[in-house]
Every structure is written in C-alpha cells, then in structure tokens.
Design a protein around this ligand. Structure first.
Ligand SMILES: O=CC(=O)O
Length: 339
C-alpha cells in the first residue's frame, strides 16, 4: 500500500485529491511520451497509474487497483488482452495512442462493454507522406545513390544506374482508410493511376476497385500496404500476390509487418522476383531480416512513418479529448468501437 500512496502523491492537480480523479492505467509509456514529455501529455484531470514505474509485479499492481481503473491508455508496446481486462472489471474505455488496434483484443472489449478509441486521422498526412516518400525512394534509388556518392563510388565506378519514373505508374493501395485516401490524393498529384482494394468498395470514389488483392496486384506496378492488421489481413500479401505483382513490381508497407508474409517477400527480393521494397514495418520489430541489409533496391525505416512532433501534438489533444468526452458522457472523438 505504501507504494500506491506514493504513486498517488505524484499525480493529480491542486484542486482534487488524486484519489478522487478518474484512474487511467498506462501499461507502458507510449512513443508519444518521449517526444511530448509526460507533463504535457498526461493531463492532470486524471490519475495516470504508470504500471512500468511501480516496483510491484504487474499482476499485483493491477490487482491492487482493480476496482478503480476506469480507462486504459495504451499503444502497440503493451497488448490489451482478455486476461488483462478480466483483472480490471471497472474498465469501460481503452484509448490507444496509435492508429493500429491489433494489440487490443477488440472482441473481448466488445463482449465486456468497453469502448475503444484510436489515433483517428491524426497520422494520415504523415503516414501518406512517408508511404509516397518510400515509393519515390525505391523507384528513383534515392538512398541507394546517396550511399553510392558517400562511398566515393561515383568517382571510382562512374555513373549510377537510372531509376524509374513515378508519373504514369499504376499504384494499388491495400486499404483506403485515412492514410490510404491521403496517399491516393498525393499520387494523383504525381500523375499516377490509383487503384485499390478494401473491405468494401467506396461508392463516393472513382478509383478502380478490386475485391481481391491478387487482382489488384496483377493490375499494379506498385502496391502500398496501409490497412489494419486483423485475422483476415495477416499474411494476406503472400506468394500469389508477389507473383501477380511481378518482376517489375514494388511493394511499400506502412501498415503492419505481419500483413506481409515476410519470409516470402525476402525470398522474392533476393531472387529478383519483385523489383524492390520500401518498408517501415516488420513482422518481429525491431528485428529486420538481415538479408534485406544487402539489397540496394530495398529502403528500410524503423516504424516511424506516422510519427512527427506535429502528429504527436495532435495525438496528445485527441487522447485527452477522448478521455474528457468519455468521462463527461459525450460522444467519443475517434471511436473504433463505441458500446
Ligand atoms: O504504426 C503506428 C500506429 O499504428 O499508430
């Protein structure tokens, strides 16, 4: 108990005793914390219980606060499982500081009457910029030719091989949510032909729609993965999709690593069965298949596509806005599930 008292003394504002404030569990610090800083991110209207700072083993920490935790603030760093929720019967809201929700057992939340919010559209611009940036980098060999110049090879080996033109490329987006729509806008401006697959055809859009990712792949010069990781999309980008994309095809992934059969992708890249890849996400982050390090037609980035100080500021406001809405019985700002 002494540990709990100490934690409570460090939180809350001057007007409320910390123990009177709604309790929000934070399992692990979300990436936004290291950029924005705890003081700005964690509003003093709530008592944030920072599990990682407690000397207690997690199970004991959760049991100690079981009856009072009403909301969980999480990110991909710590999964919200059915077992965890079982320990916390008062939880009615899970707020994730991420666009993806694959670390949350949504079915369990639904069954237990728990609402879920995510990053909504705050990451759409940056995610789209990064996706298009990766595509241009792979096609025009930007980072590969940067290495060439830095290593002095321009002098010793002569001119670097030419890249390929973006204008006129047929780019298939796998998913057309917030990030996908922004990618499509940017690609249109670059003179590309946008096509897509998603769970449903978007009747308000004129981009060609394909129900099956293999069909999309067969009609695309490049595929950009920007959908959610779910049981349906896990390893959806498989051998058949790569073979439909073909030797000249490029893949960009800003969604989740596990949407792609990574072993198969590496095999296709190593054997020249596809032309290149721009990858921000991997199946077992931060481990990246070593074979990719040797390939000049592959551009790697450490899961940073959607993160900028600006998107983190917007995220900060959204997280606090969702908590405020929830605790004052108003509609949630970015619901994934509102029960
Ligand atoms: O990958 C980042 C996110 O899901 O927010």
């Amino acid at each position: 108990m002494a540990d709990q008292e100490e934690e409570q003394d460090n939180t809350g504002d001057q007007n409320h005793k910390p123990q009177d404030l709604p309790q929000v569990l934070v399992l692990k610090p979300p990436p936004v914390l290291s950029v924005i800083g705890e003081e700005s991110f964690l509003s003093n209207k709530y008592q944030f219980l920072k599990a990682w700072e407690s000397p207690l083993p997690l199970h004991q920490f959760l049991t100690a606060h079981a009856g009072s935790i009403q909301a969980i603030l999480c990110s991909g760093a710590a999964p919200v499982t059915d077992d965890l929720l079982q320990l916390l019967p008062s939880v009615r809201l899970v707020v994730t500081a991420s666009a993806g929700t694959n670390h949350i057992d949504l079915e369990a939340c639904h069954r237990r009457g728990i609402s879920v919010t995510n990053a909504g559209n705050v990451f759409s611009d940056d995610g789209a910029d990064a996706a298009v940036g990766l595509l241009i980098d792979v096609l025009r060999k930007i980072t590969a030719s940067d290495r060439y110049v830095r290593q002095g090879l321009w002098v010793s080996e002569g001119d670097y091989p030419l890249g390929s033109k973006l204008r006129g490329k047929r780019v298939g987006t796998v998913g057309l949510g917030g990030i996908g729509l922004e990618i499509a806008k940017r690609l249109e401006a670059f003179g590309c032909n946008v096509l897509y697959t998603s769970r449903k055809k978007k009747t308000f859009l004129s981009y060609p729609f394909y129900s099956y990712v293999c069909q999309l792949s067969a009609h695309s010069d490049a595929l950009i993965i920007c959908c959610a990781l779910t049981d349906q999309t896990r390893h959806m980008i498989d051998k058949d999709v790569f073979s439909a994309l073909g030797k000249e095809g490029v893949i960009v992934n800003v969604g989740r690593g596990a949407i792609v059969d990574e072993k198969e992708m590496v095999r296709c890249l190593v054997h020249g069965e596809i032309a290149g890849a721009g990858l921000d996400v991997f199946e077992n982050e931060p481990d990246v298949p070593k074979e990719l390090f040797e390939l000049d037609n592959v551009v790697l980035s450490p899961h940073r596509a959607v993160f900028t100080p600006e998107s983190f500021m917007a995220l900060c406001e959204l997280v606090v806005g969702n908590l405020e809405a929830f605790f004052s019985n108003k509609p949630l700002l970015s619901p994934v599930m509102d029960v």
